[in-house]
Structure formats: C-alpha cells, structure tokens
Design a protein around this ligand. Structure first.
Ligand SMILES: [Zn+2]
Length: 226
C-alpha cells in the first residue's frame, strides 16, 4: 500500500511565503513616477543597491527642506559649472583647476593617477605637495581601451616642459594599472625625465601572517637596508 507523500510543514510555510512575495511583486505601485525615477537613479550610484536607494530616497523626501532642496540645487549647480581641467584632466568648477592654479605647489613633480578618487585620496593624506595628472582609467585592450582613450598625450606634453623634473606613477597595483605604468614609462623615456612609482610591500599596521603572497614577495624584493 503506497501513501502519497504529504508536503512537510516547513515546505508548506515556504510555499506560502513565496506566494505572498509573488503577490507583493505584482502589487500596484507604491509611489508616483517622480519618486520611482529618483529611486532608480539613486540605485545607479556606486555602493547603492535598490534597497539603499529606497532608504536614501526616503531620507530625502522626509527631509525636504534641509536635504532634498539643497541637494537639488547643488546638482543643478554642478551640471552648470563642472569642467575638465585642460592641464591635468581633473574635474573642477574652474579651468585650469584649483590644484593647477595653486602657486604653492611644486610644479616640478607630476603625480599620475587613474581616477579623481585616487587624487582625492592622496590629497586627504597630505603627503605630497605636487601637481597631478588624471588618466581617466587604465589601459585595457580587452575592453577596447587603448592609449588614445586615456589622458596620456597631454601628460607626455607636460613632461616635456622644462619645469617638470619627475613623474610619479601612482597607479593601482593591478594587472591593468601596472601595464599602464609600463606603457607610460616607455612613452616618457625619450623626455629623459625621472619616472618613479609607489613602493609596494607591507602596509602600515600590517601583520605578516595576514598578507597575501604577492604583497610579501613585493616587500622582500623592495627591502631596504637599515
Ligand atoms: Zn588641473
């Protein structure tokens, strides 16, 4: 005598939960198109998924006067005034940018970075008082990003000027970052300028046991006599 297997209690509950969530997905909109659009756009920002975008949108709606209105004004002002610096390629509201205009900076040194975020990180650390050059990415032949797609021509031009004595390649320690650094080193060679790159190795506060083999190998290779 065979008895048909009855679904377990847990199975029944999980099926019921699936039905409810299906129903919810098919339910009517909960906000007007403007708010839906706001959430969709916020969700495109790096670090924000749909859930965080909804939270951010809700915060903006609840704090209309102190957050939403000033943010909307700041966005409109940014759209109007942001320009790419013709000298270094960074973004600012003045051209040349604030850094390129700053007379107190050492103009004999150019720090080359991939993105604006890298420039900001170096400025936050306040470790060097030089000028910058923002490439706008790294070489990536597989994605069709060749030298002509990056801000390289103006770098070679700048490096050829008499004022510049050193170019520091502060590129990411990734395959693409390092192959970009290699390419730039070759391109800069005819100018006779000093080209250096950031040191690689043990980070401040780093415990050897936690480091990956690549970092340890780089640290041993770049060891210093004390
Ligand atoms: Zn600039």
């Amino acid at each position: 005598m065979s008895r048909r297997r009855q679904p377990s209690r847990a199975h029944k509950i999980s099926r019921a939960a699936t039905e409810i969530s299906k129903e919810r997905r098919m339910s009517k909109r909960i906000a007007g198109p403007e708010i839906e659009r706001l959430i969709q756009l916020l969700a495109r920002l790096p670090g924000l998924g749909p859930r965080s975008a909804r939270k951010a949108a809700l915060a903006l709606l609840k704090r209309r006067e102190e957050l939403l209105v000033p943010l909307s004004g700041a966005l409109a002002a940014a759209v109007e005034s942001i320009v790419t610096c013709p000298v270094c390629g960074s973004l600012d509201t003045v051209a040349p940018c604030t850094i390129c205009r700053d007379e107190r900076r050492d103009r004999s040194v150019i720090v080359v970075v991939e993105e604006m975020g890298d420039l900001w990180a170096l400025e936050r650390a306040a470790v060097i008082n030089a000028t910058y050059h923002v490439l706008g990415g790294h070489l990536s032949p597989l994605d069709g990003i060749g030298p002509d797609r990056l801000n390289i021509a103006t770098l070679i031009e700048r490096a050829g000027s008499e004022d510049v004595k050193e170019v520091i390649l502060a590129l990411n320690v990734t395959v693409e970052g390092q192959s970009t650094a290699h390419y730039l080193t070759e391109q800069l060679a005819p100018t006779g300028i000093a080209v250096s790159r950031l040191a690689q190795g043990v980070p401040i506060g780093g415990e050897l046991d936690y480091l990956d083999e690549g970092t340890l190998a780089a640290a041993i290779k770049a060891r210093k006599r004390i």
